[in-house]
Design a protein around this ligand. Structure first.
Ligand code: GDP
Ligand code: MG
Length: 454
């Protein structure tokens, strides 16, 4: 499995101080496999790993305390960059309503479902959307959109017999024949008349890319000049994503991407392929058949999903723990020599901080749920306060905490901008930690907890 492979790779890296180009290539190979497993297109994998390799061979990795971790964070950064420069791209609204959003994509991609979700979401955020049935290819496509619209509580404009007046804005299905370009054009007039501020145009898809489909989509586009053309792509499509995305990019020159069916097993490789090949931003993710299974797309989260960062970060954490154990062992040795002081205590705190700074990253990952409690206990501010106190001690006080009497405590508290009782608390914790470590160095095999934890 990926976990085992990377585990092997990291174990290997951990035992080395410096990475050789061969080490880096071995790691890159694992990452390459991880990307291919996530169904990222081969060309995309090639250029991507090429770039990562270049950075990995550079200074930032050779100088890193933990080179393996550094490489993973480079990969994560680069993935996030490709997926959207690390920022969420908002929907582009027209300065003068209505905002026109056209949906394009293969049959079954999830366009009609998305129309309902988008409508529901827009309504929920104070907009007045109108869904437009411009898929007149399949006999029941209009009915499907109407069912979706009804569920979302969003009106639907369909061909024939036109918008009805009366209690409901929802138009009756009519026949599934007619001219989609005309329907799209007329819907704009209706939106202006009835003051709908967003128009979501559902279009027909085919099972594969074909010229007729693309021509129709282009004709609709040219007739209504949308503010957004959203290309909807099934995340499960895998290696076909590149070819499909390219065809729609050339065919309709879409402005953004929506990834659908992200609730499935798909690791999201399609996202990377599409973003990389088209350079277009991904705006939304569709994560189920329900109306609310829809979210704004976050590049960083997708990067984690593609790389299965849950596994990787757990490995790093384990590596980090190992590192901490080594440190603790050294501390124990010092202790038995009677030379463990507050300086060493501070070094331990910095270990804690290292894990703490990964908190937000780790917390995002579903697999990390069982560790969430532990993560929440990291209080970086508490560590800051503790460090400030230790910093305002003299070297002698740090080395020999016993000499810290009342007046010294007052001076330290003043210097650290805190209270005497906070200084007392720290000295108590230090005493406890020292005891624990003494016990450990006396033969107990159990490791002490993090002494910096309040
Ligand atoms: P269209 O042909 O592009 O309009 O696709 P549809 O909206 O009709 O969706 C095709 C099928 O995929 C339907 O059965 C939908 O219920 C299903 N579907 C759409 N989006 C999602 C999604 O995000 N997750 C899952 N699991 N199914 C979806
Ligand atoms: Mg449809």
């Amino acid at each position: 499995s990926l976990t085992d492979r990377l585990s092997g790779a990291f174990k290997h890296l951990r035992s080395k101080g410096k990475l050789t180009p061969a080490d880096i290539d071995a790691t890159i190979r694992e990452i390459r496999r991880a990307l291919l497993d996530a169904d990222v297109a081969l060309d995309v994998v090639r250029s991507f790993t090429g770039e990562v390799r270049e950075r990995a061979l550079g200074e930032e990795v050779s100088k890193a305390l933990n080179p393996a971790q550094q490489i993973v964070s480079i990969v994560n950064e680069e993935l996030t960059k490709v997926l959207g420069a690390g920022v969420d791209r908002p929907l582009n609204f027209a300065k003068k309503p209505p905002t026109i959003i056209m949906l394009a994509g293969l049959q079954g991609a999830g366009k009609t479902t998305l129309a309902g979700k988008l409508g529901y979401w827009l309504k929920d955020t104070g907009h007045t959307p109108l869904l437009v049935a411009a898929d007149l290819q399949r006999p029941n496509a209009v009915t499907q959109l109407q069912v979706v619209g009804e569920r979302a509580g969003v009106p639907v404009y369909a061909p024939e017999p036109g918008v009805q007046s009366g209690s409901s804005d929802v138009v009756s299905p009519g026949q599934s024949t007619g001219d989609p370009v005309k329907v799209a054009r007329e819907s704009l007039r209706v939106a202006q008349e009835k003051l709908y501020d967003t128009v979501i145009i559902d279009t027909a898809g085919r099972l594969g890319v074909d010229q007729e489909l693309m021509t129709q989509a282009r004709n609709i586009r040219d007739a209504v000049q949308p503010n957004e053309i959203l290309f909807v792509i099934d995340a499960m499509i895998g290696q076909d994503a590149v070819q499909t995305a390219k065809a729609f990019d050339e065919g309709v020159d879409f402005t953004g991407v929506v990834l659908s069916k992200l609730d499935g097993d798909a690791r999201g490789g399609a996202a990377l392929s599409v973003a990389s090949v088209t350079g277009k931003p991904i705006l939304f993710a569709s994560t189920g058949e329900g109306l609310k299974d829809f979210e704004v797309f976050h590049p960083d989260r997708m990067a984690s999903r593609i790389l299965d960062m849950g596994d990787i970060l757990t490995l790093i954490e384990q590596a980090q723990k190992q590192f901490d154990e080594d440190e603790a062992r050294q501390a124990a040795e010092k202790l038995s020599e009677g030379s463990f002081g507050l300086d060493d205590f501070m070094a331990q705190l910095q270990q804690v901080r290292k894990l703490g700074s990964m908190k937000s990253l780790l917390g995002m990952i579903p697999g990390m749920a069982q560790h969430r409690k532990e993560l929440e206990q990291f209080d970086e501010k508490e560590i800051d306060r503790t460090e400030a106190i230790i910093n305002s001690m003299t070297p002698q006080e740090r080395h020999e905490p016993k000499i810290i009497n009342g007046s010294r405590r007052a001076r330290i508290a003043y210097g650290a901008g805190t209270t005497v009782s906070a200084v007392n608390g720290l000295l108590q914790r230090f005493e406890q930690a020292s005891k624990m470590m003494r016990r450990m160095s006396n033969g107990s095999r159990s490791m002490p907890g993090m002494p910096g934890m309040p």
